[in-house]
Design a protein around this ligand. Structure first.
Ligand SMILES: Nc1nc2c(c(=O)[nH]1)N[C@H]1C(S)=C(S)[C@@H](COP(=O)(O)O)O[C@H]1N2
Ligand SMILES: [Mo]
Length: 300
């Protein structure tokens, strides 16, 4: 639990009211050794603008509800999120259907203020609440032969108007290498700004991998499978040349149709501010070692 990362995002980056609401969780996070801001972190935090609740929850990608940025906020209320179960299967000691409430009883919820970078070259700063994916995997008991983790979103044609259109091969699926999945920065988010995570953001639980493009952060997860083979992923299946399995944020590896060197900051108005994209979205110190010796232009 002594994990620390270069935390340049703090409660200072969140509006006063919400910082107040979250203070207890923030304190719990410090007590658990999560390592919230030191003095250096505070200095850097001044450069970062927090993203408002309104922007985080109304400018979304959730294609099961339509491809428009405002389709999820309009239609995701149709999704029934309770009761909810997550099937955990494959190379685990205790496969089965895990009820969301039972998972929550066993997890420690903390706040993680992370940069969020979509492959479409826009970004936000999101104060997530959630737990480390590794803690959930421990519940199921990962077997030694497991090398990858596959994830699947709910597929409910009656509740998801967007799945009538073959934009993607439904259900939405994603995957991580096991070492990426158990990295302490990788969380399952269940809240934002101390409130339950809104449906449009992936209720009741969604993955967040802050050093990868947003599409890796799969929403409304119903199944997690431990496997020994690299699992298929939705955007790679749709266009392998444009979207790889790794999808690490990298300002030096452009998308075939646009530059990734900079990004538009959501919530900064009509003439949105642009900023330089950071290697591994600013988390290089924590995660670069996962990719030692790999050609990041080849394994994009
Ligand atoms: N099931 C599912 N998960 C998804 C998506 C989606 O369309 N369906 N979109 C992805 C993309 S492209 C991004 S950028 C993020 C957006 O998360 P947000 O709406 O919470 O900002 O969710 C990701 N997870
Ligand atoms: Mo995205």
């Amino acid at each position: 639990m002594a994990f620390r990362w270069k935390n340049d995002l703090t409660e200072r980056d969140v509006t006063d009211e919400v910082a107040y609401l979250n203070r207890r969780q923030l304190i719990a996070g410090v007590a658990a050794g999560v390592g919230l801001a030191g003095a250096g972190g505070r200095a850097q935090a001044a450069e970062l603008e927090p993203t408002d609740w309104e922007d985080i929850t109304s400018y979304n990608n959730y294609y099961e509800f339509g491809t428009g940025k405002d389709d999820p906020v309009k239609y995701a209320h149709m999704l029934t999120t309770s009761p909810w179960t997550v099937k955990i299967d494959g190379l685990v000691d205790r496969p089965g259907e895990y009820a969301f409430e039972d998972i929550m009883k066993q997890m420690t919820i903390e706040e993680r203020i992370y940069r969020f970078r979509c492959v479409e070259a826009w970004s936000m700063v999101v104060p997530w609440n959630g737990f480390e994916l590794s803690d959930l995997l421990d519940l199921a008991g990962v077997q030694s032969g497991a090398k990858y983790v596959a994830f699947e979103t709910a597929l409910r044609p009656d509740e998801m108007p967007g799945v009538r259109f073959p934009v993607l091969d439904w259900p939405y699926v994603e995957g991580l290498r096991l070492d990426e999945a158990v990295h302490p920065l990788t969380i399952m988010a269940t809240g934002i700004y101390g409130k339950d995570i809104p449906n449009q953001n992936g209720a009741p639980l969604r993955l967040v991998v802050p050093w990868k493009y947003g599409f890796k952060s799969i929403k409304s997860i119903v199944r997690i499978t431990l496997t020994d083979k690299e699992p298929p992923t939705s955007w790679n299946k749709a266009n392998a040349r444009e979207y790889g399995f790794y999808s690490n944020v990298n300002p030096e590896v452009d998308h075939p149709r646009w530059s990734q060197a900079s990004e538009r900051v959501i919530g900064t108005g009509l003439f949105a501010k642009r900023q330089d994209t950071l290697m591994f979205n600013g988390y290089a110190d924590e995660v670069a070692s996962l990719y030692t010796g790999m050609d990041l232009a080849k394994f994009y």
